[in-house]
Design a protein around this ligand. Structure first.
Ligand code: ADP
Length: 189
């Protein structure tokens, strides 16, 4: 089963992604985690990505597409995965389509988690106190939210129009939200 998680910063994609991937034994591919690892290893891609991430901006599409194309071709990505944080722009979604076609994969479902803005800002400020992430100060959080609205939220209609989008409320007990997602994706397991 191949899934995409969509949703604004702080909505709980990472938390729900981990629970789901453990349950179904599929690979969790978080582009944020992958990029932060590249930054910590000071690789070419990491050094390049850092300046964008620190400002709360998106890393350019061609960098992400190249990185994810290589990643999706590896052996451990042939038995199911959950994409968390990718695609984040229409351009990336179109590029992903081409990659999937080439390697013979298909997306079963796009799960969109949603929550109101106040809840999201509060969660992110709280997380910023302990996460040590360079992009979790209030101004940068606001910038990430604006970029989500401008560049990522158009993906909701994009995936709705191809019949893949499922919306799930991201406010409530972690376990309850997880059960709601399981009800949807069980049919693809
Ligand atoms: P969150 O979902 O909490 O905003 P992530 O950990 O997914 O954070 O991503 C952190 C940062 O990594 C983003 O603000 C962006 O700079 C970069 N990034 C991650 N995924 C992508 C992507 N698909 N395209 C461009 N930049 C990305």
């Amino acid at each position: 089963m191949n899934l995409i998680f969509l949703g604004p910063p702080g909505v709980g994609k990472g938390t729900q992604a981990k629970l789901l991937c453990n349950k179904y034994g599929i690979l969790h591919l978080s582009t944020g985690d992958i990029l932060r690892l590249e930054i910590s290893k000071k690789t070419t891609i990491g050094n390049f990505a850092k300046e964008f991430i620190d400002k709360g901006e998106l890393v350019p599409d061609d960098t992400l597409l190249k990185m994810m194309k290589d990643r999706l071709c590896l052996d451990d990505a042939q038995n199911g995965y959950l994409l968390d944080g990718f695609p984040r722009t229409i351009e990336q979604a179109k590029g992903l389509n081409l990659i999937l076609k080439k390697i013979g994969h298909k997306i079963d479902s796009v799960i969109s988690l949603y929550a109101n803005e106040d809840e999201l800002v509060n969660r992110l400020i709280k997380r910023g106190l302990t996460s040590g992430r360079s992009d979790e100060s209030i101004e940068i959080i606001k910038n990430r939210q604006k970029i989500y609205l401008d560049q990522t939220s158009p993906l909701l209609s994009y995936y709705h129009n191809v019949g893949l989008l499922i919306k799930i409320n991201g406010v409530g007990e972690i376990k309850y939200i997880n059960d709601e997602i399981i009800k949807i994706v069980n049919q693809y397991a």
